[in-house]
Ligand binder design. Sequence first.
Ligand SMILES: Cc1cc2nc3c(=O)[nH]c(=O)nc-3n(C[C@H](O)[C@H](O)[C@H](O)COP(=O)(O)OP(=O)(O)OC[C@H]3O[C@@H](n4cnc5c(N)ncnc54)[C@H](O)[C@@H]3O)c2cc1C
Length: 427
Amino acid sequence: MAWEFETEPEFQAKLDWIKQFCDEKVEPLHHVFPHAVRSPDPAVKAYVRQLQQEVKDQGLWALFLDEDLGGPGFGQLKLALVNEVIGRYPAAPQLFGAAAPDTGNMEMLAAYGTEEQKERWLKPLLAQEMFSAYSMTEPQGGSDPNLFVTHAERDGDEWVINGEKWFTSAGRVADLLFVMCTNGMYVVPRTTPGVEIMPEPRNHNHIIYRDVRVPLDHLLGPEDGAKVLAQRRLGGGRIHHAMRTIAQCQLALDMMCERALTRRSHGQVIAEHQMVQDKIAESYVKLKMLRLLVLEAAWKIDRTSTQEARTEIAAVKFTMSRVLREISFDALHIHGSLGTTDLTPLQDMYAAAPHMGLADGPDEVHKATVARRILKSYRPHDGNFPREFRPYKEQAAREKMQPVLDANPELAKAAENYRRYFAGRRG
Ligand SMILES: Cc1cc2nc3c(=O)[nH]c(=O)nc-3n(C[C@H](O)[C@H](O)[C@H](O)COP(=O)(O)OP(=O)(O)OC[C@H]3O[C@@H](n4cnc5c(N)ncnc54)[C@H](O)[C@@H]3O)c2cc1C
């Protein structure tokens, strides 16, 4: 029997180290120097590097990558357990070299880049000497990649890109833009002439690519390979978001319970009110169910591949936004008026739920994926009645048992009595 719900002691020791490091160093950093990893201040930068060195010394840098690419090569299941810890602290993914959108772009580079491309872009991205963004969605629609029109035309020894992208997260501050074109995935330095970043939205940028020229070697992977690369990128990204969502849901539940035990109303702490208990119990179960779904998906990826675990990843993808929405809403509600302010993380958590339901594709598309893939293992029944139609079942059972009944007249008589009795009760 290989079923296990325990973490091996050596790895648990790593998780304990991560938790302590996050509590003692990462959380204070976040409050004193928000967005420290991107800070231009040399003193802040040096302190961030010092903390990152501690992570590297523990062999925990760039957790999502295999060993030969500079990461510890934990695999997805262990990565899930780590993300359950670091996902609680906004600054932690960057301090561990494991923050989106860079992770997905690095995965693409690691899997499809030439040695030269890896040297030029993967290494500095891994070292956070560069940052990147992923430019896929277009203003006319993001759910359906067949609507995308951004295109690269070959002109001598250059590609000329024309098109428009929408909601490129952190595009404004990226060194590199990974641009999905109808005929391939291209790496475009942000300062290339023709890259125009619109003033709005501020964080998820609207970018015009107007006659943007890049050398031929800025094509990543094969020509016309953009959809394959995008799937590879997004498959990993989706499950990583879900791993961190578990941490956010746990934080919301922790806050809910602490508040319920503290606040009083109508003569008792609110934890004594059954409708509050209902929220706590339901939130606990939703969190557990999400966690098991995520861990099983991660386990399956480790044993097969992202491609083979598509049903599980899609199921996780649409479940996480719902669970985050419901638990963060209940936690916020239990905090009363305080919950509606930005004086706790609850508003941000609740606002993140719709993000989770859209980023990397809307929930509906993932539900359709799950349903289509599940349906593949079924076939329609013949005639008007399903295979579980009781009269069919009984008929088949009688035929199967007939030799036993023939050999045992007492049993045959009892069977006939049963038949008569139950025939009179069916309705
Ligand atoms: C926080 C955040 C970060 C993001 N970061 C990036 C990024 O870095 N790079 C990038 O390229 N994009 C990014 N996106 C964009 C994201 O990929 C798109 O929002 C998503 O693919 C949906 O596209 P859309 O917004 O154009 O919605 P639309 O395609 O207009 O869809 C709108 C709605 O229509 C419905 N719908 C669409 N298709 C179907 C269907 N097949 N069945 C049923 N209903 C359907 C759904 O309700 C859907 O929400 C980000 C989005 C968010 C919210």
